[in-house]
Every structure is written in structure tokens, then in C-alpha cells.
Ligand binder design. Structure first.
Ligand SMILES: O=C(CCCC[C@@H]1SC[C@@H]2NC(=O)N[C@@H]21)Nc1ccc([N+](=O)[O-])cc1
Length: 124
């Protein structure tokens, strides 16, 4: 692919995978996220994602963002990143994320957000 469009199947270094639907004309997309890890004692379930990417008719390596609303916990993650393509056409999504857990009071708000990075590559 000459330009990086996010639709398709992706996996990250944690073993999580996501399926992104067709990206519509305004850059919007939806999909499903299956995380391989959780910091809760809940059973992991597939969770919906919604996001947008910069249109590829203007950019070859677009920035994007998406939100995962976890179906098995009251937490939420936002991912933001960019798609990079090497000279062989291999695509990599370099992302950072914020994971917000639900806490019981404003006094606990200070410890409610985790941050990290993930790299995604396509699953053929
Ligand atoms: O565990 C969760 C929900 C699942 C988060 C998976 C994260 S998203 C960033 C990273 N990339 C992945 O592919 N998977 C991980 N929520 C949660 C965590 C901790 C607490 N807590 O109370 O500590 C509550 C809910």
C-alpha cells in the first residue's frame, strides 16, 4: 500500500489485537479491540473502539487517535499515534496511550491515569 490506511487487522507487542473497519471519507473509523492484558481481575472481553485519522489523500504517514471503551471494566483508554511505512511498504503504528480507571472519589483522582506506549504491526 502506498499510503497507510488504518483499516485491517493489527497486533501489538503485548499480544493484543484490533480490527479496524473501513476509514470513511472524513477519516472516521470504528473497530474492535481484544486486549491480551488487564490490570483488573475481570475476564477480558472484546471492546469497541472509535477514532479518526488524517486523510491519506493529503498525508502518506497519517496521525490518528482512537478510544477504547472497555466492556469488562469501568475504565477507558485513548490511543494517539502515527502510521509509519518502511521502504518495503511495511506499516507500523507507533502509539502512546492513557488508561483511565474509575476511582471512588476526587481524592483518588491523582492515581487514576496510567500512560504507556504500544507498537502495532499488521496481522496478515
Ligand atoms: O485493565 C483495564 C482495561 C484493559 C486495559 C488494557 C491496556 S490499554 C493500554 C495497553 N495496551 C493494550 O493492548 N492493553 C493495555 N482497566 C483497568 C486497569 C486497572 C484498574 N485498576 O483499578 O487498577 C481498573 C481498570
Amino acid at each position: 500500500a502506498r499510503k497507510c490506511v488504518l483499516s485491517g487487522l493489527w497486533k501489538n507487542e503485548l499480544g493484543s489485537n484490533m480490527t479496524i473497519s473501513a476509514v470513511n471519507t472524513d477519516g472516521g473509523f470504528t473497530g474492535l479491540y481484544h486486549t491480551a492484558v488487564t490490570a483488573t481481575d475481570k475476564h477480558i472481553r472484546v471492546s469497541p473502539l472509535k477514532g479518526s485519522q488524517k486523510p491519506t489523500n493529503q498525508r502518506k504517514q497519517p496521525t490518528f487517535g482512537f478510544t477504547v471503551s472497555w466492556t469488562f471494566s469501568n475504565s477507558m483508554t485513548v490511543f494517539v499515534g502515527q502510521c509509519f511505512m518502511d521502504d518495503k511498504g511495511k506499516e507500523t503504528l507507533k502509539t502512546m496511550w492513557l488508561l483511565r480507571e474509575e476511582v471512588s472519589s476526587p481524592g483518588a483522582d491523582w492515581k487514576a491515569t496510567r500512560v504507556g506506549t504500544n507498537i502495532f504491526t499488521r496481522i496478515k
